[in-house]
Design a binder for this molecule. Sequence first.
Ligand code: C2E
Ligand code: MG
Ligand code: MG
Ligand code: MG
Length: 291
Amino acid sequence: YLAKEHRTGVEFYVADKDRNSPERLSLLGDLRLAIESGDLDLHYQPKVRLSDGTVEGVEALLRWWHPLRGPVSPVEFIPLAEQSYLMREITQYVIKKALAQAGRWWEAGIGVPISVNVSARDLLDSNLPEQLEAGLKEFGLPVDAIRLEITERVLMTDQAYIADTIKTLADMGVHLSLDDFGTGYSSLVRLQRLPVSEVKIDASFVRRLAESADDEQIVRSIVDLVGSLGLRAVAEGVESLEIATILREMGCPAGQGRWLAKPMSATETAVWLRSRLSPAFVARAVDQVRL
Ligand code: C2E
Ligand code: MG
Ligand code: MG
Ligand code: MG
């Protein structure tokens, strides 16, 4: 293992596929410690209106700096956590942190909706709506301070409990987004029945928009479909000006991605929000659109 690392010089940590392997169990144990000691951090990635660059909100993304392994990607540890009770603890932790952050930003006049990712397990745990309600109250926040992102694949499991929780959240006025759209196989009927207000088009299609005619056609169809259902389309993976321009011409209302703004620490995000929400910036953006 060490020898291989030396040869490639690459150090990506990949947990063993076997779910009971010592590697995975030890990573899971470390994750529990990280939650207890507050070593999990939230970064925030802005979501931007493509017509004029106005910020519409930010997405909270977990960051874990492992004391020995260095940064471990959520792509690695979230699926691991999802197979255990730890997922519920992580989501509670993320919601608590996001609410506290929202409380500070709203007070400072730079409040925008913060989107939090939730998994199937969180929706099976019926106390999510209560936790959210109590937290909003505690920080004196409007219901739109926190939004929830649910992946398309979760909804395909079609469990009654999940549907109930989603309905409760929607009745509370919580905005829901369908995340990673295009990676599952939602039917049009399903999409229309869900109480979601936003659909996030998966980065895997958006990234290749400029090179692949197939991907361009897929994204265009999704944008049209989502719009015709009266929902808001958000493109993930906006990595270049070229992609942003194509999306804008397609009529995709909003985007997220490295070219628009990277995920940033809370402090960096506050600076970014302050500059974006300033009257001067907004006036400039409006002028650009007029030109
Ligand atoms: P996601 O919800 O679809 O989040 C978007 C991912 O796209 C993030 O990856 C973000 O860093 C990445 N991204 C940003 N800009 C670009 C770009 O220009 N191109 C491309 N290709 N990707 C871009 P990240 O932070 O590694 O998170 C990966 C996934 O892990 C998330 O996908 C989400 O499903 C999950 N995740 C992250 N934080 C949480 C959390 O707090 N709770 C749960 N349940 N899942 C989380
Ligand atoms: Mg998401
Ligand atoms: Mg996504
Ligand atoms: Mg994704």
